[in-house]
Design a protein around this ligand. Structure first.
Ligand SMILES: Nc1ncnc2c1ncn2[C@@H]1O[C@H](COP(=O)(O)OP(=O)(O)OP(=O)(O)O)[C@@H](O)[C@H]1O
Length: 505
């Protein structure tokens, strides 16, 4: 059909792993197609094929009624297909204008020489298309994450001028690191583009997918298992189609009995670190889950990093079980029984080319060795495997490199590394559900609650406020590096989302 992008019988394997099987899909021109599915179900692989970053083993891609070959990103660009990457593809030490035209010919670029005035003007025009006003001469590394995403979008939309057909824009989990206001802005852009562009939108946040999509496709194990008009389906049905069972309602349980009235496991007093945060005070008891709410730049993430010794502290005290400690590095923090799941798992949480096993036993393998001295593979590996099974890591073999897993499954493996510890007292979780599908997120929360019930203390920086309200015993809210509010949820007094937001902004 003219205008639509059609996939026929697309199959993609990686060695013996079947990532996509028999995908038949039509993406009508001018529509927003939401793509959902459990971790490892093949969403990113599908987008990569459309963006020319992976080649299918079998099947056909048909555009405007003609079969096309997408064997490189440049080839996809020639057909007007561009991807807004989850991990962002911009080059940090180049300017906004250079990035927008990096992969495209432009009259202002000739023989390696740039006419800067013309290039900046052209870049400004691209940004104005999405009603964004950013300095085109600024280096990308100096921009905020949401601003960089706007540059990505402008970069993709610049392909409009290169082709005489409406562009096809692929969004891979674009909202996971945006604030609610930034998400509103992004949806405004998508709504503006609707009709003039074809959009594929991948997200684990079902409410968002329902709001922005015309049609929704559900994938499981590399296959398309359902397709619905977004008006004819609700969140519960989507959850069930994805996860295979209904969501257990009322997930929040009253865990107050588990919190022990002993000396605090963690006590922070007047902790300050440069521009990041000032005079932060809080304490955490055994088995308690403390949620920290705050927008990007509020200092919440940096407080976690400081407790783990990954962020410099200028003044203030950190005490573990009443003893003053000064974690000067993650190594000393680990010795104190502190674990940390970073928000940016790719660069900080894992060794990409090493196997799942190697990654899982990296920090606490010796807990299972002989006198914490000699590694015992036969002891550590069954425990690692047990945790990976508990967290339902979708893998072919634990000897495969962790980089071959889908994003959500990498996240689960990094978490398994901490849960293996025998003597962990405190676990700092920075956006632990980022990249997890809704079912995996519920499983993760069940594991966190269970570990807290067993006495582990947890600090948790959440992706959304509803997540914090669901899981935390207490919440502290941070704004501009300072604590602005405390909420105690153990007595059953759950604050309204608006009350938390009011303290955040
Ligand atoms: N480079 C690769 N090598 C080996 N296997 C791969 C590779 N890329 C993806 N896979 C496998 O293909 C399957 C689909 O992965 P994909 O990343 O497409 O899933 P996804 O639905 O995007 O998951 P998530 O929601 O976690 O991002 C998974 O089993 C994954 O392990």
């Amino acid at each position: 059909m003219t205008g639509s992008l059609v996939l026929k019988g697309v199959r993609k394997t990686y060695g013996s792993v079947v990532a996509l099987e028999g995908i038949d899909l039509e993406i009508p021109a001018g529509q927003v197609l939401g793509l959902i599915g459990q971790n490892g179900s093949g969403k990113s692989t599908l987008l990569k094929i459309l963006a020319g970053l992976a080649t299918p083993d079998e099947g056909q891609i048909v555009l405007d009624g003609q079969p096309i070959v997408l064997d490189s990103a440049a080839a996809a660009g020639r057909y007007g297909i561009g991807m807004v990457h989850q991990e962002q593809s911009l080059i940090p030490n180049l300017t906004v204008a250079e990035n927008i035209f990096l992969d495209k010919p432009h009259p202002a670029k000739k023989n390696g020489l740039y006419r800067w005035g013309a290039l900046n003007k052209a870049a400004q025009e691209q940004l104005h298309k999405i009603s964004v006003d950013l300095p085109t001469r600024a280096l990308v590394e100096d921009l905020r994450f949401a601003e960089r995403q706007q540059v990505e979008l402008a970069k993709v939309l610049a392909i409009e001028e290169l082709v005489d057909r409406p562009p096809i824009i692929l969004f891979d989990e674009p909202t996971s690191v945006l604030t609610p206001d930034e998400i509103k802005l992004l949806f405004k852009q998508i709504n503006r583009l609707r009709g003039n562009a074809t959009i594929v939108f991948v997200s684990h946040r079902l409410e968002e997918v329902l709001e922005i999509s015309d049609r929704i496709v559900v994938m499981t194990d590399g296959r398309k298992v359902a397709e619905r008009d977004s008006g004819s389906v609700d969140r519960n049905e989507l959850y069930e189609l994805m996860v295979g069972h209904q969501r257990v309602a009322g997930a929040r349980s009253d865990r107050k009995t588990a919190v022990q009235a002993s000396a605090p496991v963690l006590k922070i007093e007047r902790l300050s670190s440069g521009q990041h945060f000032r005079n932060v005070d809080f304490e955490l008891r055994r088995g308690e889950i403390l949620g920290i709410a705050g927008v990007l730049g509020s200092g919440a993430e940096e407080v976690c990093r400081a407790v783990f010794g990954a962020e410099r502290v200028d003044t203030g005290k950190i005490a573990i079980e009443g003893r003053a400690v000064a974690p000067s590095s993650p190594r000393t923090a680990v010795r104190e029984g502190i674990g940390y799941l970073p928000a940016d798992r790719r660069s900080e949480g894992m060794l990409p080319s090493r196997s799942l096993f190697e990654n899982a036993v990296l920090t606490f393998g010796l807990d299972y060795g002989w006198r914490s001295f000699v590694v015992k593979r036969s002891k550590e590996r069954p425990v690692a495997l047990e945790w990976m099974k508990r967290l339902k890591v979708k893998m072919h073999t634990p000897y495969a490199p962790i980089s071959s897993l889908s994003g959500g499954n990498q996240q689960k493996t990094v978490l398994a590394k901490w849960l293996m510890a025998k003597k962990l007292k405190l676990l700092l979780l920075d956006h632990p559900s980022r990249g997890l599908d809704p079912g995996a997120r519920d499983d993760l929360f069940a594991v966190i609650r269970e570990q807290a019930d067993k006495g582990l203390s947890i600090v948790f920086v959440g992706d959304t406020i509803s997540e914090l309200l669901e899981l935390s015993d207490r919440i502290v809210v941070m704004r501009d590096g300072e604590i602005t509010a405390h909420f105690d949820l153990t007595g059953g007094a759950i604050p309204k989302e608006e009350e938390v937001v009011a303290a955040m902004v």
